[in-house]
Write a protein that binds this ligand. Structure first.
Ligand code: PLP
Length: 385
């Protein structure tokens, strides 16, 4: 392959692991899935009812390309109320097909061929593909487990070159669970302003912070005009299949994001948008219940991980993943994860996929007992080594 094909990696992702796990299940093996971040909660009832009603009432056509007005208003209102941002439904918001399309539309808007994008590692695996598809270059800045995987501002500053277009933040982080503090964000903001670079802030897991709180970098002084904030209904309300996300962009950039978005997917699904309007209005209790349950699972996961010989784990402050170090076992992540799948029937993801070898990612977004069985299997297998 040449051209763009040469830079798009075709193997080694989460999908390949899922495929192998699926084959094993077809062969009759019992598999515990800890690889994919697909929450097990049902979507809020109010959202489901609203989507059904929307279909029944004929809301089955194109919406405004930038998103249904009432949903854009709900998004804008959320950021004004919860995040201290000055967001306008018409000037700043585009509704997309999940956070994934929000990222793609933003990357296509911002990046020129050869631009560099600074990404703290470990990072959500799709960033690498999406940056490659946008013809830009991912510049990884490693973080350290000892520092809770929080990126150090000096490392970001040192990675900036004349080709740097943006720094891509993801707090709470997938896969490490790291949550950047207000002080971290203030330092990063100061560098972004001084060196004149964009910040793209993927805040999909904003609701799931167990220690500390969430701060949107766009709310800091001087940042609204250089920050693109991305989020989605997917994780917030356990609505991954509804495919609704959004971009909050500066006013002068938003028409370009909208142009890219229209040419990628025309508009987001009409009745899914109607459902998400109701999730904004009436699903706070669902979110509270999810937060409490994720916190309970997180505490259990950390207890187990610290009890497995050869594993070393930080306590994730947010999201629903743990990212233990397995380097002491003397296997690389790919080898370890495929061994673990065959040996114990537990499906996990190698750290290499997230730009940080020597670790694996464990998703704890399935039922408590199910996750606990997975950890018991891991412990038994590892201790038989
Ligand atoms: N960003 C991060 C950090 C994610 O973890 C995910 C999904 O796992 C996405 C974006 C994509 O979200 P969506 O399903 O809304 O496209």
């Amino acid at each position: 392959p040449n051209g763009r094909m040469a830079s798009i990696k075709m193997s080694g992702g989460i999908r390949e692991i899922l495929t192998r796990a699926g084959e094993m299940e077809e062969e009759g093996r019992s598999i515990i899935h800890m690889e994919i971040g697909r929450p097990d909660f049902d979507s809020p009832k109010c959202a489901k009812d609203a989507a059904i009603k929307a279909i029944e009432e004929g809301n089955v056509h194109y919406t405004d390309m930038a998103g249904a007005y009432d949903l854009r208003c709900a998004v804008a209102e959320k950021y004004r109320r919860e995040n201290g941002m000055d967001v306008d439904a018409d000037k700043n918001v585009v509704i997309t097909n999940g956070a994934m399309e929000a990222l793609t539309a933003s990357f296509l808007t911002l990046f020129e061929p050869g631009d560099e994008v600074i990404v703290p590692a470990p990072y959500f695996s799709a960033y690498a593909d999406e940056i490659a598809i946008s013809n830009a270059k991912l510049v990884a800045v490693p973080t350290k487990m000892e520092n809770g995987f929080r990126v150090r501002v000096d490392d970001i500053a040192a990675a900036i070159t004349p080709k740097t277009s943006a720094v891509l933040l993801n707090s709470p982080n997938n896969p490490s669970g790291a949550v950047l503090t207000k002080e971290d964000l203030e330092e990063i903001a100061a560098v972004a302003v001084e060196r004149d670079i964009w910040v793209i802030s993927d805040e999909c897991y904003e609701k799931f912070v167990y220690d500390g709180g969430h701060v949107s970098i766009a709310s800091l002084p001087g940042m609204a005009e250089r920050t693109v904030t991305i989020s989605a209904a997917s994780k917030t309300w356990s609505m991954t299949g509804w495919r609704i996300g959004w971009v909050v962009a500066p006013e002068d950039m938003r028409p370009y994001v909208n142009k890219c978005h229209q040419n990628l997917t025309t508009c987001a699904n009409s009745f899914a948008q109607a459902g998400v309007v109701e999730a904004f209005a009436g699903a706070d209790a669902d979110v509270e219940a999810m937060i409490a349950e994720y916190r309970r699972r997180r505490d259990m996961v950390v207890r187990w991980l610290n009890d497995i010989k050869g594993f070393e784990a930080a306590t994730p402050a947010g999201a629903f993943y743990a990212f233990p170090k397995i380097a002491a076992l003397g296997m690389d992540g790919f080898k370890f994860c495929s061994w673990l799948l065959e040996e114990a029937g537990v499906s996990t993801v190698p750290g290499e996929v997230f730009g940080m070898p020597g670790h694996i990612r464990i998703a704890y977004c399935r039922a408590y007992d199910y996750v606990e069985e997975g950890l018991a299997r891991i412990k038994k297998a590892v201790e038989s080594l």
